[in-house]
Design a protein around this ligand. Sequence first.
Ligand code: S3P
Length: 452
Amino acid sequence: MSHGTTPPSPLILVADGPLGGEARVPGDKSISHRAIMLSALAVGRSEIRGLLEGEDVLATAAAMRAMGATVERLGPGHWIVDGVGVGGLLQPQAALDMGNSGTSTRLLMGLVASHPVTATFTGDESLSRRPMGRVIEPLGRMGADITASPGGRLPLILRGAETPLPIRYRLPVASAQVKSAILLAGLNIGAETVVEEPVPTRDHSERMLKGFGADLSAEPLPEGGNRIAIRGWASLKPQALEVPGDPSSAGFPLVAALIVPGSDVLIRGVGQNPTRDGLVRVLSMMGADIELLDPREVGGEPVADIRVRHSALRGIEVPPEVAPSMIDEYPILFVAAALAEGRTVMRGIEELRVKESDRIAAMAAGLRAAGVQVEELPDGLIVNGSGGGPVAGGATVATHLDHRIAMSFAVLSLVSRRPVKVDDRAPIATSFPDFLPLMQRLGAREGQSHEA
Ligand code: S3P
């Protein structure tokens, strides 16, 4: 899990012709984390199918085990969890290693904050650079005592409150992780905790908390955004959960099919939650031929199959309001923009600078190295597209321990005159362990170093 200490394993992806066929992407990462956490807090045995078995989710599973839950794998994506009940978390005997996962860290900090246990959170180099002040501040108000490394970073020690306090909190940044941390802390408080989000962010925590029987209500605010209230101490009832396919992971084969000439691909079972569907909306505005087929519900979430065909894309000004619904998809949108006709302007996305890497800087550097004209802005990126023809390529790009940077450039390589070499494939395993075999099934192949 500690990438950065093992020797890097480069990746080159090549397409000799169109991509075609069907694929199923792995389970949603956000939902998988929440499924393990809430199952671990229920009283009794929950069963989860379609769980993402990426390293980030495995870090969450290990942490819940360390705090007393039984978390077991029965088969591919099929897990059972015996919960300890709200208030029942045990003192972990060793530091909780969060690996590369910001979601595990922030959500678990919320859980621990209202339990009388002390936990040390550690992570890899990328996670240790990321800001935790955004959760330290509200959880501190709830009574948790947190000693962080300089800059509010990992490693940190969190002493949960003996008598946690309910708060009313308006989020200063649009962050589902911060919202969820506060709501999860509120689970073990016998009064009402309220979070207001000025713009809607992914609502998987709200949906799943309700599904488990928590006393939670969410309503839109007149000025926009939502007010979410949770009254703790409800007993959570174990569930049988099915995790839909991850729309963020689907973004990679989806854009690959859009930009490789002649492609026609069907991606099955992809989550369509309106707080996550920004990429499909924006690509459609750019002229993408994307059809949503057989809309249905899986595990309380809307799902559809996505048929995508190679399309001539046009550059647009991407409305900044769409950002929270596709925040993790900008790196792959930059790649789509690199093949579009004209300029694509993406602003209001400064949050990308504090993800697994500074995604604006990392993508700008790699795109430039591959011959794409870009202009980096403090809060975004402008990409001048090729108009559909291949980009120059022939570069090695740095992934900075960031799975989405690695997969984005692997996709760009498919439409490069000379392949793009991704310096390290290891981070891909955090969210999409089967990325390479899936792309191979669609017709891509792994290139050799001499081709780069
Ligand atoms: C996530 C929320 C997003 C997203 C992350 C997963 C979640 O982060 O970038 O990959 O599961 O809640 P923020 O809400 O902090 O922006």
